[in-house]
Structure formats: C-alpha cells, structure tokens
Design a protein. Structure first.
Length: 350
C-alpha cells in the first residue's frame, strides 16, 4: 500500500471532475493569451534590468554597491518569473519560440540553465510532492521532506535533517549559486537539448557579469557584490517557491488520486493583495497554476474563486493562508519531519 506523509484521503479516478472545472475556466475566458500584458511586462523588466546595470556603472567603486546587488537580486527573480511563464507557454504558444526566449531570461540574464530547469520543473508538475518522482522532494538534497525520508537519510543529510527548520532560510542564501552551478553542470555533459546554445548563452552571461564586476569594483568589493547578489536572489526565490508545496502532503508509490486531487491536495495558496501577487510572480495562486499551468499568470487571481468554489462543491480540501503563516507552516513541518533523526529509536523499539 502506498505510504503518504502526512496521509491524504484517496478518491477513485473519475476524470469528469477536472473536465467540469475546465469548462468553467474556459467559459470565463481565462485560458486566452494576454499578449499586451506580457509585452508591457517584458518591456518594463528589460528597462529595469538594463537600468540597474547602468546605475551600477555610474555609481562606481563604492561599498554602496551592495544595495545595488540586493536590488539586482530582486530584479533577477522577477526576470526568472518571466522565464517560468515562458516555460509553461503562457506567453507564446510556440514551444520553440518560448524556449529561445527562455535562453535570454534564464541563461543570459541570470546564468541559470533554462533547459535543465525546465526539465526538472516539468517533472515536478507531473508528480508534485511525490517522493520518488518529484525532483524537488526527492531524498539526498540536505533536507528530509517526510519522516519516511528521515528514516533513510544518510551522511550529511542526517545532520541537516536534524536541524532543517533552523537551517532552512540560511541554506537558501546558497540557492542562487546552486541554480547557477546546476546550469553549468547541465551543459558540461551530453544529453541536454540545444546544449550548444545553452552553453553559449551561459558563457556570455558569466563573461559579461564577471567583467562588469571586476572592471567597476575592486576585487574585494566585486566578490562581496557577487555573494550578496546571489544570496538575496536565493532567499527570494526560495521564499517564493517553498510555500507552494513544502509542508503539504507527500506521496510515495502508486496513488489512486486523480489529476485534480493530486494537484490540489499537494499545493498551498498564499493569500494577499496586488503586492503579494507581484512579489510572488502570481505563483501564490499555486493551486490554480498547477491545475492550469498554461494559464497566463495575470489570470490566476480570477480563476482562484472559481477553483475554490468547485473544490468546496466536491469536498476537496483547499488550503490557502497568508505569506508569513505559509513560511511558519513550512518550518513546523520541517521540524516535525526531522524528529526521527533527533530522537532515533533504539533497534527493535516499536
């Protein structure tokens, strides 16, 4: 029997529930593309991105540039959100065009391998919070996402697992560098689609990025700038993506959950106003996004009440909370999952 942590109720496969919800969403016109919105958003972010680097050059060699580094991290995250929307073809229907634009938002702008990330993200969407199939919650990545994983943790994972609630946000300061290194690794080995183009755009990014830093700043300031930029970027990205699924039910083995329930039960929405929507790139409507990944992110807020009401009709638990509470829930669950490592049972104990 499949184990879940924590357990979620299983329902027979029907297929009709999601089809019914899909009709309501289509009738509301929420799957239609929003070209004008994305033209404005891309143009605005391009202007801010270029303007930030222009300000960096004008400010010159001063420790005040650390504020520029922090601001650039915020811009980097907003650019990454655009890459996310491209990957789901929310912006343009063409897979090829979306992919090529993704090289600009990912590889060129952020030094983040678009192809590697897109493959990982697609696997996550197909099986969210599945401990065997979702790369975001598989074992061997410092953290344990369930007590089951804690029982099998080895090496350094055992240490981090014990104190993972306390270490979670500090570790996120390294997430930006981890994303960059993962992109580099993806082009160093065969198998990646469009490997040559990905490597070219990554190479241009790092040549331009490091040249700018070391030409404008003294070596010491340049290194600190890089560390501040990547640390703030990692914390921002992690703070946006962690509440989406961390601390929600995880799945293992075979499951009888249909698509609708699998996506809703493993996802968490973050409530808030326009600022929350902007700061989180629309990903605070994670339930709606997982159900309709091709829906333009600007439409997710309009889909939210439709989906929530439908889940109420079908008696499907629909979880939404505030941003601070979402972080609290993540940390509480992480602490609980690490309990078997902090207090291991003696051999033979029941």
């Amino acid at each position: 029997m499949a184990e879940k942590s924590p357990p979620v109720a299983e329902r027979p496969r029907t297929g009709s529930d999601f089809a019914e919800l899909g009709r309501r969403i289509n009738d509301a016109g929420l799957m239609q593309r929003r070209p004008a919105y994305y033209v404005i958003r891309f143009a605005a972010m391009a202007a801010v991105f270029v303007g930030t680097w222009a300000a960096f050059v004008l400010i010159g060699d001063t420790w005040l540039q650390m504020f520029t580094a922090a601001f650039l991290a915020l811009v980097s995250t907003q650019v990454a959100f655009l890459g996310h929307d491209l990957a789901h073809r929310q912006v343009i229907r063409s897979r090829t065009t979306s992919e090529r634009l993704g090289w600009y938002t990912g590889n060129l702008a952020n030094g983040m391998g678009y192809g590697w990330w897109n493959d990982k993200h697609n696997r996550h969407h197909a099986n969210p919070n599945h401990e065997d199939l979702d790369p975001d919650v598989m074992g061997g990545n410092l953290f344990v996402w369930s007590k089951r994983q804690a029982r099998f943790a080895q090496g350094i994972d055992r240490f981090f697992g014990k104190y993972q609630a306390q270490l979670f946000f500090p570790i996120l300061t390294l997430e930006g560098l981890n994303l960059n290194w993962s992109g580099i690794k993806s082009v160093l080995k065969p198998g990646l689609k469009n490997r040559g183009w990905e490597a070219l755009f990554l190479g241009i990014h790092w040549a331009a990025y490091l040249s700018a830093l070391f030409l404008v700043l003294s070596p010491g300031k340049a290194i600190v700038f890089l560390l501040v930029h990547k640390a703030v970027w990692g914390v921002y990205m992690g703070s946006v993506f962690a509440p989406n699924h961390k601390g929600m039910p995880t799945l293992v083995g075979e499951t009888e959950l249909d698509f609708l329930r699998k996506q809703v039960l493993t996802s968490r929405n973050v409530k808030g106003g326009w600022f929350t929507n902007f700061a989180l790139g629309g990903l605070n409507y994670q339930i709606e996004h997982h159900l309709f990944p091709a829906m333009p992110s600007v439409n997710l807020s309009k889909a939210q009440p439709i989906v929530e009401e439908f889940c109420k009709e079908k008696e499907i638990p629909y979880h939404a909370t505030g941003l601070i509470q979402s972080w609290r829930e993540v940390l509480i669950e992480l602490h609980a999952h690490g309990e078997p490592l902090r207090n291991p049972q003696p051999a033979g104990a029941h």
